[in-house]
Ligand binder design. Structure first.
Ligand code: MLT
Length: 326
């Protein structure tokens, strides 16, 4: 009996020691997961993988991109909100972190209280496209054509909460039509459908569309930013083309589960800032039309303040259109 209790005490002792050793293991001691809420090969994935390569070198451990698809990004957000706050799960998401709060009647997470904020990363313009053989050749023709043929035109997107859905919805409102939505689990598959002629129109980020635009495999009607962009200098803005005040700029933020220790958040932030100065990252981002977020937004506070402002901005605009999901 005595030797049994000694064994028990010794086992507990070893357990406590190994837990203490684990708690003190330097971070990061294994690979880190960066969750992407949309399909591999699409715009968010491209940004994530470009950053992950450089951040892995700074952190001395691989940052592995993990695509968790579904429900316009909300499946991934919900997963991350419930993940262990141990510094091995991070999340990249865009405007959808804000717009989903108005698009969904219930969300299983609160974007403002269930996450730690790391930083913003890059801003990406969008482009309004159609399949290559679509009849309209410029924005004025597109507007006239969709007005006359709305019942037979479809509009691809990546689900409620995706920026492709937001942009498509704003386009429909600007023109005063309702088109048939065709949702995918990211704009990578939506782009494949556009290239294959199965869908007609797609509004998507330059991080995916520039190679297609340059190779002439899609028809471009304009960019969604206030001003023309360096990466596509000949492309008019949609505002210039007649859609007054049309503006969507996609911003990407990086989050972690609530409770992730601050020293880890700070080191991930430093690795991100280092990546955003890496010449290879800068070239790739510039080639794809992405701009590094301004310095003031490259902090936890910068992202938190921005997200709150975006929730306040998009909520009333979205609710006015009455597009909701459970
Ligand atoms: C993607 O990565 O597929 C896009 O960011 C989806 C979207 O929001 O349109």
């Amino acid at each position: 009996m005595r030797s049994l209790s000694k064994l028990f005490v010794t086992t507990i002792g070893i357990g406590v020691l190994s837990a203490a050793a684990h708690a003190q293991a330097p971070w990061p001691s294994r690979s880190i997961s960066l969750v992407v809420p949309f399909a591999a090969g699409g715009p968010t994935d491209v940004v994530a993988r470009t950053l992950a390569g450089s951040m892995s070198r700074t952190l001395g451990q691989t940052v592995v991109v993990d695509n968790k698809l579904g429900a316009g990004g909300t499946v991934a957000a919900s997963f991350v909100a419930r993940a262990a706050p141990d510094g091995y799960t991070f999340f990249i998401h865009h405007n959808g972190m804000a717009t989903s709060t108005a698009l969904y009647r219930k969300l299983s997470y609160n974007p403002l209280t269930d996450f730690e904020f790391v930083s913003q990363a890059v801003d990406v313009p969008m482009t309004l496209l159609a399949r290559k053989d679509f009849p309209a050749n410029n924005l004025a023709e597109l507007v006239a054509y969709v007005k006359a043929n709305s019942a037979k035109i479809n509009l691809a997107n990546a689900g409620l909460g995706a920026v492709s859905q937001l942009c498509g919805m704003l386009f429909e409102r600007a023109v005063g039509v309702k088109l048939t939505a065709v949702p995918f689990q990211g704009t990578a598959p939506a782009m494949n459908a556009l290239l294959g002629g199965q869908v007609d129109i797609l509004c998507d980020q330059t991080t995916q569309t520039i190679p297609q635009i340059k190779s002439g495999t899609v028809k471009l009607y304009g960019v969604t930013t206030r001003n023309r962009i360096r990466a596509l200098p000949d492309a008019p803005t949609l505002n210039e083309g007649g859609l007054k005040d049309f503006e969507v700029l996609v911003w990407h933020g990086i989050y972690a589960p609530k409770g992730t220790p601050k020293p880890i958040i700070d080191r991930f932030n430093v690795a991100l800032r280092t990546a955003l100065k890496d010449p290879d990252v800068l070239k790739r981002m510039a080639d794809l039309g992405a701009e590094i977020a301004p310095d003031a937004k490259l902090s936890p506070q910068g992202l938190q303040t921005w997200l709150k402002a975006e929730i306040d901005k998009w909520g009333p605009i979205i609710r006015a259109g009455g597009t909701f999901a459970d």
